[in-house]
Design a binder for this molecule. Structure first.
Ligand SMILES: Nc1ncnc2c1ncn2[C@@H]1O[C@H](COP(=O)(O)OP(=O)(O)OP(=O)(O)O)[C@@H](O)[C@H]1O
Ligand SMILES: [Mg+2]
Length: 1046
């Protein structure tokens, strides 16, 4: 089964997807104009519906439409922005039906099929002249040039493949009435790919070059482009060397059509392109020289004029042209001249030259020009092939591009049209064999009942043309070769005789009345598969013979021009045997082509010409309808729609749709066929909608599959969600496991790191502790390595601690931090310093008044500290200047002592010397004396000089006894006083009287003078209660409570 049939059906499946997808998103409204694939056309048998769709799309500049995998292309006659690199990228590697129809989609599909199936393909591009075949083939080639892998080597091949086009177009294309760049030869080009898809080589076959154009052009047509390019674009030097003038009008071969200049053609720039291309395809400079020599010599040849001599024979007078031809072809002028004016006739033993008439000479000249050009063209094709040849012998796959003339119907159709239309019949046969027959074979193979597709098999026409002995070709050859007077008309008669009854053959003579009116006597009509064509037999024999007189060939063999030498080899069959006729050669080349194509998978591009005026936007219904017909598009569509629209291997079908049936989802245990049966039962397929083959299911209507596909699309979303959820879960789990693993790893590393750090720390700590212990053990030894660190630590530690624990006040000096033994000395020094510092700070901070006060206190301290029990209580009580203000002292008293400055006064209790009765008195110290004052009376005055001393007890009473020197008996004796401000008063006294040492602290009793010579005693005791009384022994007993020292 060929790939194509599979494709037809598989394409439907893909199309279902594509339709849905297109609906969903990708297509713009414009892209959706009409139907992108005729297979989906409801009225698929209606030519009008077909045309409507084509027209609708054409007016939206949508020039491409599919019939399955066949591409219909309508020539827009304007540049559309659909061939950019971006467009190529868009179509590269994308499923055929996913994007709007495009030639790139087809090219890409062919390429990818070739790569995946590793087989050979060809793309047949057909259509009438000007329909866009050559443009289409160039677009395909450009697409491959961009999309194939590229290396330096491959780029070389790519460039040659691309540049072979302008060269072949220059030599093989010409302006015709139908097309300004009409290919005047058929072209088949193989592009060879390696298994990675790199274009590694190529090969070109050319068919039936229209040589007659070299010598004759119809009005409005031109010769081959290369002549005009050379004359218009050739460099001055070159033209001079070739003996040419830069003026096409000078050459009779260029002016017959009367349109040497065409606005749409720029010969000059084309010349530059061709020149460059010739170098790229590695044609040597000397070959190029010879090549242009030949082109120029053809032009010169065209200008050779013959004149009739007196006998009516042709003679050559303008030797100038002959001179150039001779120079350029490297043939002696004489020989050339002889060759053009004489025919060589071989008699039995000798050769005789028979002169030509003028007409004959012109005929011979033109024949020579045609032969030279035709053979040079073949040489050029071979040269290009040499440069494209791939030397690597590993297996290649190829894509062939066949840019061949489509069916041609003119008002007058001649030998060329006959050949061309015969070629199209052959290609139609190929199509039938590759598609229809293979379809039938598949049904048989699958055991499906064959339902014949009605189609016209044109084998009958092919046979009419080519069958041996009775075919038109055989008859024509026979007529050409037979001796005697054979003419075009005898050929016609022969046909009438031999094939007169054939249903596809009519002549004027054979036709019925009605048909006869449409035929001339010299016409014959063939009923081709694509329509009727009437051929005029005039020229058939001549063109078929393509006779070059024998000596013409011989003359050429003498050429020194390398190309001519090569084209007219001396090994050519002897002229005694007639060469093959043109039509036979053509027939053989078509057989060869058919063989080439039969071994490959076919793809089709059908080009349509929308109008005859080469105008954009014009869609001529009649013209297009005609082409649709003879391109066989309706037939093609019918074949695609006939029989079963869709077929698929059970495995694949089940795999795709198994989700639609609970029994087959997710897995089917039995055979695929059983699975499919189960599946379609569940889907409710009706018996006439499908057939089960041996390995495949066949579905009759696209709608059945579309419905299944619709259901699948809905189901797919649900499944997709589920799969997505599963997948997401799986991914998250995977991520989680990864993260967990990473976390564990990090943790391990971290723990290891920490453990190592800890170990180091411990090792360090052990070392430090060891050192510490050693230091501690040797701390009392003289400083050495072992203890130096320890000791400095101890020092530092002690000093730091000391800093933080320094006594806050002088009073806390005993809280000095105990130093380690090594710091003892230092500590003492520091303590001393610090205390001194504190003291100094304290002292500096004391105000003068307080200082005076403290001096007093110091005095008190020196007098009583550690001596008198209640002294400590006095320490905290500040001294004042006086205890009695001046205003509280009687004015009289003040009057009396006004010459003496009162320094201090204090209330006291005076105990009588006799009876020890207590009396409240004031004790006033002046500069000179102390006074005991009772209100306004001074009771006793004691000069400080007479003050012998002062006694106080060591206990906690406040008694003081002032001992006074009594020189005079009248004088009162010592004073026994009690003063609450005992320490203050005594300190003041000692200072005022300047008697620092006069105070005595005594224990037990104090003796005192009541009067001079009479003594009394005061006994001091400590007891439970403080009391003062006169004891039985007459002593004043002062009992005071014991106070705890602070
Ligand atoms: N796809 C296209 N886009 C734009 N213009 C195009 C396209 N195809 C063809 N044409 C135009 O139509 C002209 C004729 O096209 P082309 O030469 O390919 O025709 P053809 O089918 O090869 O004819 P012939 O049988 O005479 O060789 C081109 O020169 C170009 O101007
Ligand atoms: Mg062409």
């Amino acid at each position: 089964m060929t790939h194509m049939v599979l494709e037809v059906k598989e394409s439907l499946e893909v199309r279902c997807n594509q339709m849905l997808r297109n609906m969903e998103a990708s297509l713009t409204a414009r892209d959706r104009v009409g139907i992108q694939d005729f297979v989906l056309l409801d009225a698929y048998t209606s030519e009008s519906a077909f045309l409507d769709n084509l027209r609708k799309r054409f007016h939206e500049n949508l020039i491409y439409t599919y019939i399955g995998t066949l591409l219909v292309s309508v020539n827009p006659y304007k540049d559309l922005d659909i061939y950019s690199k971006k467009q190529m990228d868009t179509y590269m590697g994308v499923n055929f039906f996913e994007l709007p129809p495009h030639i790139y989609a087809l090219a890409d599909n062919v390429f990818r099929t070739m790569l995946s199936e590793f087989n050979n393909h060809f793309i047949l591009i057909s259509g009438e002249s000007g329909a866009g075949k050559t443009e289409a083939s160039k677009k395909i080639l450009q697409f491959y040039a961009v999309s194939c892998p590229s290396t330096k080597l491959l780029n070389n091949v790519r460039d040659r493949l691309l540049l072979s086009n302008p060269v072949l177009e220059a030599f093989g294309n010409a302006k015709t009435l139908k097309n300004d760049n009409s290919s005047r030869f058929g072209k088949y080009m193989d592009i060879q790919f390696d298994h990675q898809g790199g274009a590694v080589g190529g090969h070109i076959l050319s068919y039936l070059l229209e040589k007659s154009r070299v010598v004759h052009q119809n009005h409005g047509e031109r010769n081959f482009h290369i002549f005009y390019q050379l004359v218009e674009g050739g460099e001055e030097d070159l033209l001079r060397w070739l003996g040419l003038e830069r003026n096409c009008q000078k050459y009779s071969y260029l002016v017959q059509g009367d349109c040497a200049k065409v606005s749409s053609i720029n010969d000059k720039s084309d010349w530059r392109t061709v020149r460059r291309a010739l170098s790229v395809i590695e044609i040597s400079e000397s070959d190029i020289e010879h090549l242009f020599g030949i082109i120029a010599s053809v032009l010169h040849l065209g200008n050779v004029k013959f004149e009739a001599d007196v006998r009516g024979y042709a003679s050559l007078n303008n030797n100038q042209e002959m001179h150039w031809v001779s120079k350029l072809l490297g043939i002696p002028t004489q020989v050339l001249q002889q060759g053009l004016t004489h025919r060589k006739i071989e008699a039995k033993t000798e050769e005789v030259f028979s002169p030509f008439s003028v007409d004959h000479a012109v005929y011979a000249r033109d024949a020579l020009a045609k032969a030279i050009y035709g053979r040079t063209f073949n040489w050029l094709v071979n040269k290009i092939n040499e440069s494209l040849v791939n030397k690597d012998s590993s297996r290649k796959t190829v894509i062939g591009l066949l840019d061949i003339y489509g069916f041609e119907v003119f008002n007058v159709n001649s030998f060329e049209q006959f050949c061309i239309n015969y070629c199209n019949e052959k290609l139609q046969q190929l199509f039938i064999q590759l598609t229809l027959k293979s379809e039938q074979e598949e049904y048989e193979m699958e055991g499906i009942e064959w339902e014949p597709v009605p189609f016209f098999n044109n084998k009958i026409i092919c046979d009419l043309v080519e069958v041996k002995h009775r075919g038109i070709i055989s008859l024509l050859d026979e007529e050409c070769l037979r001796p005697g007077e054979a003419t075009d008309l005898t050929f016609l008669e022969k046909m009438e005789e031999t094939i007169g009854g054939h249903p596809h053959f009519v002549t004027h003579k054979l036709a019925d009345q009605k048909t006869r009116k449409t035929l001339d006597r010299g016409d014959f009509r063939l009923l081709h598969y694509a329509g009727e064509v009437t051929y005029c037999v005039v020229g058939f024999l001549d063109k078929n013979n393509d006779l070059l007189y024998r000596n013409g060939k011989e003359v050429m063999r003498q050429s020194k021009n390398a190309i001519i030498k090569h084209c007219f080899p001396s090994s050519e069959p002897d002229s005694k045997r007639r060469p093959e006729t043109v039509v036979t050669q053509f027939k053989s080349s078509l057989v060869g082509l058919t063989e080439i194509l039969m071994s490959k998978e076919p793809w089709y591009v059908r080009c349509i010409k929308p109008n005859d005026a080469k105008q954009p936007g014009r869609f001529d219904d009649v013209l297009v309808r005609h082409q649709v017909k003879y391109l066989g598009l309706m037939e093609h569509l019918r074949v695609r729609r006939a029989g079963f629209a869709y077929r698929r291997k059970y495995e694949i079908f089940l795999q795709r749709y198994k989700a639609l049936c609970p029994d087959t989802w997710p897995n089917w245990k039995g055979t695929a066929a059983e699975g499919v049966r189960c599946l379609i039962k569940h889907l409710g397929y009706k018996p006439d909608e499908y057939k089960m083959g041996r390995t495949k299911i066949f579905i009759r209507h696209p709608r059945t599959l579309f419905a299944t596909e619709d259901t699948f699309q809905v189901c797919k979303h649900k499944l997709a969600t589920r799969i997505q959820a599963k997948y997401k879960g799986y991914r998250v789990k995977e991520d989680y496991l990864k993260q967990r693993e990473a976390a564990t790893k990090i943790e391990t590393c971290w723990r290891g790191l920490m453990a190592r750090k800890e170990r180091e720390k411990r090792a360090w700590a052990a070392k430090v502790i060891k050192k510490f212990i050693k230091g501690f053990m040797t701390r009392n030894q003289p400083a050495c390595v072992d203890n130096s660190e320890y000791l400095s630590y101890v020092r530092q530690n002690y000093l730091t601690r000391l800093r933080d624990n320094l006594p806050k006040t002088v009073l806390e000096k005993d809280s000095w931090l105990t130093p380690p033994p090594i710091m003892k000395e230092l500590s003492q020094l520091l303590k001393k310093l610090y205390i001194r510092h504190m003291v100094r700070k304290y002292v500096r901070g004391i105000p003068p008044q307080r200082k005076a006060q403290l001096l007093l206190k110091a005095q008190t301290s020196s007098m009583f500290k550690g001596k008198k029990e209640n002294y400590p209580f006095s320490v905290c009580r500040p001294f004042v200047d006086t205890r009695i203000n001046a205003e509280d002292i009687s004015i009289k008293v003040l009057q009396m002592i006004r010459h003496e400055h009162i320094k201090y006064s204090v209330p006291v209790v005076k105990y009588d010397r006799n009876g020890f009765r207590p009396r409240l008195r004031q004790l006033v110290f002046t500069q000179k004396a102390a006074y005991l004052v009772e209100e306004a009376k001074i009771k006793q005055r004691m000069d400080y000089i007479s003050l012998k001393g002062v006694s106080v007890s060591n206990l906690s009473d406040n008694f003081l006894i002032l001992h006074i020197t009594c020189d005079d008996i009248k004088q009162k004796g010592d004073l026994v006083l009690q003063c609450d401000y005992l320490f203050e008063a005594l300190t003041k006294l000692s200072l005022i009287a300047n008697k620092q040492n006069c105070t005595k602290v005594v224990q037990g009793s104090v003796r005192f003078d009541i009067q001079p010579g009479r003594e009394g005693f005061v006994d001091f005791k400590s007891g439970q209660e403080s009391m003062v009384y006169r004891a039985k022994n007459g002593h004043l007993t002062v009992e005071s409570t014991r106070t705890k020292s602070r």
